[in-house]
Design a protein around this ligand. Structure first.
Ligand SMILES: NC(=O)c1ccc[n+]([C@@H]2O[C@H](COP(=O)([O-])OP(=O)(O)OC[C@H]3O[C@@H](n4cnc5c(N)ncnc54)[C@H](OP(=O)(O)O)[C@@H]3O)[C@@H](O)[C@H]2O)c1
Length: 327
């Protein structure tokens, strides 16, 4: 699979990274299947695995660690890019969100403790990218940024990242002198309002990664939930219960409709290929609980989108108002 360096870091990732959250990390999703997906991703050339310390009620990170121990038994750790996140201290990436104050701790000591726990869970001596998870601008204090620089100097992390859906936080990161090197943002064809900010971040040397490249699946045609598949019900519950997911679903449906009016019936290749064609984007992260879907994504990014197709989609997108922000 194509690889690209992220911004000014020395970290090189496959065009798509595998996101270890969502259904993949849930207790009801069989461990065997979750591990098989990691091995399948490795076999297909994916070298980047992203998770979060609190993802899936703290179950996703140790699950990824168990799979990685098997992978590292056969391949050097240095062949892979592993990222995780700190700052959210409750099971906030689950379906229910509690009060923000009770769910976050961005103090340098807490962030460092979380990093140590993540390294233990993942069976790694270092993380390639360590993301601060969903901070407000004021959470990115000088003390925190200074501690992250120390951790990088000590070799516990290779690159400092921020995972944010907040344009104000992105603007802060794009300023010179801020030591953040990677921004993991919500960018997909339903959130093209991010494009001017992506250009700004890239110009500042910040590597941009598109999380939710498929708009949580809402850009693709969906079958009705299959009653026997717990994962289908989980995705439906996420859409209904999380305001940001609900807004994204509505927005993605509007974008698909508008594109159809312009004669574009959006395919997986087009959805992901358009994101990757953005020169400011170093790569994207997607999630799946199905090997067939993994295969389809890997095939979809094998070749860049032909320029004429890209131009047609951009033309059609031009008829749709850019939107829309996440939480
Ligand atoms: N969601 C967020 O707000 C967020 C925030 C921070 C970081 N991230 C990172 O980004 C990663 C991806 O986020 P995400 O999983 O929420 O969004 P996503 O990758 O945009 O979408 C995942 C959805 O797309 C479906 N899908 C995947 N491949 C498909 C295919 N080939 N054909 C049809 N459907 C397909 C999945 O269903 P199946 O399981 O049925 O394939 C799932 O419903 C996370 O794991 C995390 O690492 C996400």
């Amino acid at each position: 699979m194509r690889r690209q360096r992220i911004g000014r870091t020395g970290v090189e990732i496959s065009a798509v990274g595998f996101g270890c959250s969502g259904v993949w990390g849930q207790g009801f999703f069989p461990e065997e299947k979750a591990r098989a997906l990691i091995h399948a991703a490795v076999a297909r050339g994916i070298n980047f695995f992203d998770t979060g310390h609190n993802y899936c009620a703290f179950q996703a990170e140790p699950r990824l660690g168990r799979a990685l121990r098997e992978v590292f038994a056969e391949r050097p750790r240095g062949d892979f890019v592993i990222s995780s996140k700190a700052g959210t201290t409750l099971a906030r990436a689950g379906l229910w969100t509690g009060s923000r104050a009770a769910a976050t701790d961005f103090s340098p000591d807490s962030i460092e403790r979380t990093l140590e726990a993540s390294l233990g869970n993942l069976g790694c001596d270092y993380l390639d990218i360590f993301f601060i998870h969903g901070p407000r601008r004021e959470d990115l204090s000088d003390a925190l940024l200074g501690r992250l620089v120390d951790l990088r100097r000590a070799g516990s992390i290779r690159a400092i990242g921020v995972n944010t859906h907040d344009l104000g936080v992105m603007a802060f990161i794009a300023q010179s002198g801020v030591p953040v090197e990677v921004a993991l943002i919500d960018y997909n064809l339903a959130q093209t309002d991010r494009e001017p900010m992506i250009a700004r971040l890239a110009a500042a040397g910040v590597g941009v990664l598109a999380g939710t490249a498929l708009a949580q699946g809402h850009l693709l045609r969906r079958s009705l939930p299959r009653p026997w598949r717990a994962g289908d019900w989980w995705y439906l519950a996420r859409t209904l219960l999380k305001p940001a997911s609900r807004a994204l679903a509505i927005r993605a449906r509007a974008v698909r409709r508008a594109l159809r009016r312009e004669g574009v019936a959006l395919t997986l290749e087009q959805a992901i290929g358009t994101v990757l064609a953005n020169p400011g984007v170093a790569g994207c992260v997607f999630g799946t609980a199905e090997t067939a879907h993994l295969d389809a994504v890997v095939a979809a990014v094998e070749h860049p989108l032909p320029p004429d197709q890209l131009a047609r989609i951009r033309r059609a997108l031009g008829q749709v108002s850019p939107g829309g922000g996440g939480e």
